[in-house]
Design a protein around this ligand. Sequence first.
Ligand code: ADP
Ligand code: ADP
Ligand code: MG
Length: 484
Amino acid sequence: MIHKILVANRGEIAVRVIRACRDLHITSVAIYTRPDKSCLHVRIASEAYEVGEHPMKGYLDPHKIVEVAKQCGADAIHPGYGFLSENYEFAKIVEEAGLIFIGPKADVIHKMGNKNIARYLMKKNGIPVVPGTEKLNNESIENIKKYARQIGYPVILKASGGGGGRGIREVHKEEDLEGLLQDCKREALAFFNNDEVFMEKLIISPRHIEFQILGDNYGNIIHLLERDCSIQRRHQKIIEIAPSPTVSENLRKTMGVVAVAAAKAVGYTNVGTVEFLLDDYNNFYFMEMNTRIQVEHGITEEITGVDLIVRQIRIAAGEILDLEQSDIKAQGFAIEARIVAEDAAKNFTPALGKVTGYYPALGPSVRVDSHLYKDYNIPPFYDSLLAKLMVRATSFDLAVNKLERALEEFSIEGVTTTIPLLLAVSKSREFRRGFFDTSYTDKNMEVLVKEMQKYKDKKNKFKNEDQILNVITEAIERFEKDNR
Ligand code: ADP
Ligand code: ADP
Ligand code: MG
């Protein structure tokens, strides 16, 4: 049994995991760095401990985190996503300290957390992968150029340890290859402390389809259907849909079987995601596996009724999976919109500031996972995710209506967010009809920016009306005072 869990993360995912602990009557432990002292995850946890003054270092220090866990008597650690979640050495340190790591085994993270090793293993096990190379770091530029010609342009360079859309460069012609390779390596080293890169064929306008995997420690593995994560910016998802409105039942069955086979091939346990690219002819290719809880796990929970964080904890505690593949049925469609602190009209530059007003959308079948509150100061150190808005309805069409309605109600004041962009997408005919792939935002940016402007004008009008109202109220108050 697990009685006390330390959550080695911050932001909305720390809040999400702590809520699951509270639902299960498990004691939760938050960790925080000094600037995060008044964060929501700290406030709602049963206990909270500071892990240093530096904003980042404490969240990335395996030994410090394990020390805190041991001192406070936690028996398990949940890593969330990002930070140390896909660091196999952390999982190993946790296991060696006699604590439970809530996730797959360290050696599986090692194999599947590295895109290059994962590709090799999948290929060996008969899983289709995108045509490409092994790591390029020890190759001459002449050889690399030769490989690119063999694969055929355009190609894509990817960091083996990459994530969150970083460490990726598309290359369309040979003269750009060397420069972009250096660029890619530099970014990979800066973000992932590992400059290993490899090359793949760039699939033109593919859809990103991923399967949610759930497995126990005894070899039982199922999938919880797929998510369509094709709406992206800079290779990172911004809107996700479960199940995909464009994947047929037959294709779903085939891809599901392959996703489970991929997980079985490495003895996968706990939750994970197998990501595929799907081309125009319904060919699909393994892209990577995320060996952790995924940002967009909530929409799978909404359509299947399975609480994935609760399942992670129960599986880690040694429970046998009491679900079979035939138990998993989609109840309608769910959509998630990632509300991030960025200015979409200005090439997604990060936005900072103090949240002066926070009014999340409410109503039937609307869910918001967030760590925001009024007066929260958005720190510059972490990722830009502010809130995940999720909606559910019986059809994709109705789910889009609900998304549009919820985004119109949602208001975060004092900071620029992607709400206008998300709303523009939800109003677009292409999106509603399922005519989209990973190139959607790039191709439609001009139209989206126009639509965003309409929303901003409307908001400003309200603001002006509010101001007029204030002036009138003040005038009445003055009049009443003078005549008292
Ligand atoms: P998901 O794959 O769950 O959709 P993202 O790719 O959007 O999630 O990443 C979520 C967060 O985790 C981001 O802050 C991202 O920078 C971080 N992240 C993802 N993969 C890695 C990795 N391999 N190493 C470090 N951070 C990562
Ligand atoms: P990350 O770890 O950052 O999530 P992924 O390997 O999952 O990196 O790729 C992120 C995104 O980049 C994909 O969802 C897709 O849009 C694009 N991408 C990656 N590989 C390819 C490829 N071979 N062809 C076309 N697009 C790709
Ligand atoms: Mg990915």
